[in-house]
Write a protein that binds this ligand. Structure first.
Ligand code: ADP
Ligand code: ZN
Length: 736
C-alpha cells in the first residue's frame, strides 16, 4: 500500500497542520509546492540552501500521510539529532543504524510494524543491508510506506564534494518500489550535481524546487588580518553573542588557536580529523548543547551539523574556493535570525595556500585549484557587493537587484581614491631595485629605512629611498596588493615572491593610465550587531533568563537547547512577555505539543520576571513611554550624522544620495540604523503614509518574517528601502 493522503478533516489547511505540529504560522518559500507534490506521491528534487527548511518538506507529509516515511541520511549523529527534535515535537520518529545493538534494532522494527512510527531514519548502509528490503516489503503490506526521502542527496554524485559510493545503490528504490514517491534533498549549488542527482536516483518526472541561494540574514564581511590578527579576532569574538565556528586551514593552526583562546579565557573546543572519533563526537555534542561557545575547526567540521543557532562563522584563514566558503559560512544562522560571516585576509595565507597547491602532483589539479583560489581572493578584495559576487558565482545574479544591505561593501562602501602618483613612486622603486626584491623590501626603501640589509645593498643611495615617508607601511602594502590585483605589477610565484614590472606597469610610469585604489574604512557594525541595540535591558535580561531555563530543560532530557525552542521563539517571548498559555501559544515556534510541554514553566518564569522588575504585562504600554534621552544618544557615526543632517534639511533619499555621492540604498541603510539607535527620523517625509500603512499591516501579519518574505507579500512596487525604514520605525515603537 502506498501511503495515501489521510483524510485531513482535522486540518482544514496545510497551515493549520504546520502550526499544530511545528508551531510555525507560515511556510517558507518553496516548502508548500514540495509538500503538495509529496502528498500526491510525485517524485521531487529539493534544492535549498542550508537553513532553508528542507526537513519540513518530508516531515509534514509524513504526518499527513498513512504509513512510515523512510529518510536516508548519511550521518548517524545528525540522525539522532533529528529524531530528538521530532520526538520533542511529539512526532513518533526513530532510526536504524550501525550504532545500535541487535536488541534495540528488533524492538524498533517491532514498533514500526505495529504502526507506531511516522518517520524512520536510516543510513544508506542499513538500507542496503540484507533483510532491510524484507522489512520494507512487510511495512508496505501492513502499515504502508509514505515515501522515501534522500537527504544530502549530492552524496550520490561524483561531481559533488562528498561522494559516497553507497548512495549510488539508492537507485534500486525507484526500481523496486515504483508506487512510492522518492525525493532527493540537498544544499548543493552547482547545476551539474543537480542534474546528476535526478539521473542517479532515477527520479520520475520530479517536481524540481530550486530556492534562491541568497541568505538574506547573513552579514558578510572581509577584514584584513594584520600583524595583530589574533587580538583582532578576539575582539570580534567578544563583540558577538551566541555560538560561533572559527575555521582554520590546518590541524596545527586549529590546535594553536584553540589553545590560545582557551588560555585567554574563551570557551572553546577544537575539531579536526586528527582527533579520535570519541573526542570529535564529544566536542561536537558539547558545542551543539551550548556547553561550549566556540568551535575552532578545520573544514572536517560542519557537514550534517544541524545546529541552527550558530551566530557567527569566522574564516581565520582563506578558504580554498567560493563554493566551500559559501557552504561553511552558511552554517551560520540556519534559524533565519541575523548572523555574521567574517573572512580574514592575509596575503601570507594566500602565499601559503599557493605553495600547498604547487605541491600537488597533478598539473591540471593545480591549475583548477589556483584558479579557485584566485576567485576566492577576488571575492575577498572586491569593492562591490559580496553577495553579488557569490550569487554570480552560482549563476543567480539576476535575482539580486541592488538590495543587499548585508555586506561590508554595501553598508560601508570603501571610497575609491586616485593613487597614481603613489603608484609611480612604488613602481619606479621596483625598477630601481632592479626587479630583484619583494614587496617588504621595496616598501622599506620607499620609507627610507636604514636597516642593515638596505645599507649593505647601498639601497639608501637609490633616488627612490625615502620618497614615500608620507605614507605608512600599511598604506604602501595596500597599494602594492592593489597593483598586483589589478595586474599593474607581477610577482614571481616560485615561493620567493619578487616584484616584476610588466607592460601595464610601464604605462603607469609613463602616465598613460591612472591608478585607483579602494581604501577600506574601519569596520562599523553592520545590521547584525545593530539589531542588538534595539534590545533594551529588560528584553535582554528576560532573554537570558529564558535561555537559562531552556538550557536546564534541555539538559534534563539530554537534547540540544534549540530542540526545546528555537532562538527566534525565545526572542519573541522576551519581547512580548506572554503570561497566559493562550498568549504563549501565539509565539511562532510554539506548536500544540510544545505548549503543553513547556507552556506552564515558561509563562511562570515570565510572570516571575515581570513581578521582580515591576513590569506591565502588556509591553505595548511600555513602548508608548518615551526612551530616556541618554539611551537615545548612542554615538551616531560621522557618515550617519551627515545623512541625518541632510534629512533634517528636508531632502529626499535620492537627493541625499546625489548630494553625498552615495547610493540611495546606502542612505536608507544609514537612516535605518539611525532609527534603531533611537534618533527621530521623519519617516513620513520618506515614505508615503498610505504605503506605510500597507507595510505595517504586513509586518503585523508576518511577525519575524524576513525582509524577502515581507517584500514577497507586498509585491514589487514596494522598495526594500521603504520596507526597511518603516519596519525599523515600527519595531522601535513596539519594542519595550
Ligand atoms: P535545512 O535542512 O534546509 O538546512 P532545516 O530543515 O534544518 O534546514 O530548517 C532550518 C530551520 O528552519 C529549523 O530550525 C526549522 O525548524 C526552521 N523552519 C523550517 N521551516 C520553517 C517555517 N516554515 N517557519 C519557520 N521556521 C522554519
Ligand atoms: Zn552587499
Amino acid at each position: 500500500m502506498a501511503g495515501a493522503a489521510l483524510p485531513t478533516a482535522a486540518f482544514p489547511s496545510l497551515e493549520t497542520a504546520l502550526k499544530h505540529h511545528f508551531g510555525y504560522d507560515q511556510f517558507r518559500l518553496g516548502q508548500r509546492p514540495v509538500i503538495e507534490a509529496v502528498l500526491k506521491n510525485q517524485d521531487a528534487l529539493v534544492i535549498m540552501p542550508t537553513g532553508g527548511g528542507k526537513s519540513l518538506c518530508y516531515q509534514l507529509p509524513a504526518l499527513l500521510k498513512l504509513g512510515v516515511m523512510v529518510v536516508v541520511s548519511p550521518l548517524i549523529a545528525l540522525m539522532q539529532d533529528q529524531v530528538d527534535s521530532l520526538t520533542d515535537n511529539g512526532v513518533a520518529a526513530t532510526c536504524l543504524n550501525s550504532s545500535l545493538d541487535y536488541g534495540s534494532i528488533r524492538q524498533r522494527e517491532a514498533e514500526l510494524l505495529a504502526g507506531n512510527v511516522k518517520l524512520l531514519y536510516v543510513s544508506p548502509e542499513r538500507l542496503m543491508s540484507p533483510g532491510f528490503f524484507g522489512l520494507l516489503e512487510q511495512l508496505i503490506k501492513t502499515v504502508g510506506v509514505s515515501g522515501f526521502a534522500i537527504d544530502e542527496a549530492h552524496c550520490v554524485s561524483e561531481w559533488g564534494h562528498d561522494f559516497r559510493p553507497e548512495y549510488r545503490q539508492l537507485s534500486v528504490l525507484r526500481e523496486k518500489f515504483p508506487q512510492i514517491g522518492v525525493m532527493g534533498l540537498t544544499a548543493t549549488a552547482t547545476e551539474r550535481v543537480r542534474v546528476d542527482i535526478a539521473q542517479q536516483l532515477r527520479l520520475r518526472d520530479p517536481l524540481i524546487q530550486v530556492s534562491s541561494f541568497n541568505r538574506p540574514n547573513l552579514f558578510y564581511e572581509v577584514r584584513p588580518k594584520g600583524r595583530d590578527g589574533y587580538q583582532e579576532l578576539r575582539r570580534q569574538v567578544k563583540q558577538h553573542q551566541g555560538s560561533g565556528i572559527i575555521y582554520c586551514l590546518s590541524r596545527k593552526r586549529v590546535n594553536e588557536l584553540a589553545q590560545r583562546l582557551t588560555e585567554d579565557g574563551e570557551s572553546v573546543l577544537p575539531y579536526h580529523a586528527g582527533l579520535s572519533d570519541d573526542t570529535r563526537r564529544e566536542n561536537q555534542t558539547r558545542f551543539i548543547r551550548d556547553d561550549v561557545r566556540l568551535m575552532v575547526a578545520t573544514v572536517a567540521f560542519g557537514m550534517g551539523i544541524n545546529k541552527p543557532d550558530v551566530r557567527f562563522v569566522i574564516h581565520y584563514d582563506i578558504p580554498r574556493n567560493i563554493e566551500g566558503y559559501y557552504q561553511e559560512s552558511g552554517r551560520a544562522g540556519r534559524d533565519g535570525e541575523p548572523a555574521h560571516c567574517t573572512l580574514y585576509l592575509a596575503y601570507g595565507d594566500v602565499a601559503t595556500a599557493e605553495y600547498l597547491i604547487s605541491q600537488k602532483p597533478d598539473e591540471a589539479e593545480q591549475r583548477i585549484a589556483r584558479q579557485q583560489l584566485r576567485q576566492m581572493v577576488d571575492y575577498a578584495e572586491t569593492t562591490v557587493c559580496r553577495r553579488r559576487v557569490q550569487l554570480s558565482y552560482f549563476g543567480e545574479l539576476e535575482l539580486l537587484e541592488g538590495l543587499c544591505h548585508q555586506c561590508d561593501n554595501c553598508t560601508n562602501p570603501p571610497p575609491i581614491e586616485d593613487w597614481t602618483i603613489e603608484a609611480q613612486k612604488f613602481l619606479s622603486c621596483v625598477a630601481r631595485c632592479q626587479e630583484r626584491f619583494g614587496m617588504a623590501h621595496v616598501i622599506d626603501v620607499l620609507r627610507g629605512s636604514k636597516k642593515q640589509k638596505i645599507m649593505d645593498l647601498r639601497h639608501d643611495q637609490l633616488s627612490t629611498h625615502g620618497i614615500g615617508k608620507d605614507r605608512s607601511v600599511d598604506e604602501w602594502r595596500l597599494l602594492g596588493r592593489s597593483l598586483l590585483h589589478q595586474r599593474l605589477v607581477d610577482e614571481t610565484s616560485d615561493g620567493y615572491p619578487v616584484l616584476k614590472l610588466n607592460a601595464a606597469s610601464w604605462q603607469v610610469l609613463r602616465k598613460q593610465i591612472p591608478v585607483q585604489v579602494a581604501v577600506p574604512k574601519d569596520f562599523t557594525p553592520g545590521p547584525a550587531e545593530a539589531s542588538t541595540i534595539e534590545d533594551t535591558t529588560e528584553v535582554a535580561q528576560l532573554l537570558t533568563v529564558l535561555k537559562a531555563l531552556r538550557k536546564k530543560l534541555a539538559d534534563q532530557q539530554s537534547v540540544p537547547p534549540y530542540v526545546v525552542f528555537p532562538e527566534s521563539a525565545l526572542r519573541q517571548m522576551a519581547r512580548t512577555r506572554p503570561q497566559t498559555l493562550e498568549a504563549f501559544g501565539q509565539v511562532s515556534g510554539v506548536g500544540s505539543r510544545k505548549l503543553t510541554q513547556y507552556g506552564e514553566v515558561f509563562t511562570d518564569a515570565i510572570r516571575q520576571f515581570c513581578a521582580d522588575y515591576g513590569l506591565e504585562s502588556d509591553p505595548g504600554a511600555a513602548a508608548r513611554r518615551s526612551r530616556p534621552a541618554r539611551e537615545r544618544r548612542q554615538a551616531v557615526g560621522d557618515t550617519h550624522r551627515q545623512t541625518l543632517d541632510l534629512h533634517r534639511q528636508g531632502l529626499s533619499l535620492q537627493e541625499i544620495a546625489d548630494q553625498r555621492g552615495l547610493k540611495a540604498t546606502t542612505i536608507a541603510n544609514h537612516l535605518e540604523q539611525i532609527i534603531r539607535q533611537g534618533e527621530t527620523v521623519a519617516v513620513d517625509q520618506l515614505v508615503d503614509v498610505n504605503r506605510q500603512r500597507t507595510i505595517v499591516t504586513v509586518l503585523t501579519e508576518l511577525e519575524n518574517a524576513s525582509l524577502t518574505e515581507i517584500r514577497d507579500r507586498l509585491g514589487p512596487t514596494f522598495s526594500y528601502e521603504d520596507i526597511r525604514l518603516v519596519r525599523a520605525a515600527w519595531q522601535m515603537e513596539h519594542s519595550p
